[in-house]
Write a protein that binds this ligand. Sequence first.
Ligand SMILES: NC(=O)c1ccc[n+]([C@@H]2O[C@H](COP(=O)([O-])OP(=O)(O)OC[C@H]3O[C@@H](n4cnc5c(N)ncnc54)[C@H](O)[C@@H]3O)[C@@H](O)[C@H]2O)c1
Length: 307
Amino acid sequence: MKVTIVGAGAVGASCAEYIAIKNFAQEVVLIDIKEGFAEGKAMDLMQTSSLNGFDTKITGVTNDYTKTANSDVAVITSGIPRKPGMTREELIGINAGIVKTVTNSILEHSPNAKIIIVSNPMDTMAYLVHKSTNLPKNKIIGMGGALDSARFKYRLAEALDCPTSDISGMVIGGHSDVGMVPLASQATRSSINVTKLLSEERLQKVVEDTKVGGATLTKLLGTSAWYAPGAAVSELVKAIALDSKKIFPCSALLEGEYGLNDISIGVPCILGKNGIEKIVEIELSDTEKAKLEESAKGVKKTNGLLE
Ligand SMILES: NC(=O)c1ccc[n+]([C@@H]2O[C@H](COP(=O)([O-])OP(=O)(O)OC[C@H]3O[C@@H](n4cnc5c(N)ncnc54)[C@H](O)[C@@H]3O)[C@@H](O)[C@H]2O)c1
């Protein structure tokens, strides 16, 4: 398993670190346009290998895509992150051009790579990659729901004062402050539905805190978060590397699933060696269905800005 990570910034380096620590990939290549930056991050990370006990080889390069050749997976984190008070949608002007260019460079050297899109506004960037490459839809995976679900589980565990490992839950819909649809009615603590354990008011607060999870951190940090995003990407890469067939909500191109068409948005997906092996259609309540439709309208509006 060779993984290329485009963008050696906060999220890219965090992805590389978690992938290496989980010790399932042979090679990780970090690539950035900033001269020497990826090389420096790679060297620093490699100097943790004897301390953290991993054998993954991490290298860094400045804009030389020949070094990324024959990657199995490419993760695109290049672009600008949001500053406090900004929405993810406001990043589209700069990030669309970057995502399109780097995807072409990746595919020139790794035509068989599965592409994981992280750069924001992520659902629209994933849609852009679909439209500009015509790759089979299973090969383009938008990362947002895996992170949002981790934040949902964190907030549920906080409300229930229990370990996050007790919690199961998922966030679908667009990866935006207003577009996320945390599936509160289906979340559980050790098989007990959380609606039986929390008041409606407390559960609503969990949902709202989840939706603004990224914005809350951006306000505290002055830039967008990187540990949980990096960890979430590493889990998707691991599921592909190990062909594990685990379910994660990912931004996938829909062709009728959930009654939606011509949009990339977060829905439950089975991940394996081919990328998205299957989109899973789960039963949603009428309220959840309405929220997903509303979320899709928001994503389509942002997609419209690509023109
Ligand atoms: N999908 C998610 O869940 C999620 C979560 C967190 C962040 N993000 C997004 O990820 C992106 C990266 O965030 P970050 O905090 O790592 O930002 P960052 O500024 O720390 O890193 C971005 C890196 O991309 C590099 N870059 C810019 N143009 C490039 C190009 N053409 N080729 C190669 N490298 C290039 C920059 O030099 C920089 O090092 C942002 O768009 C952010 O909004 C998404």
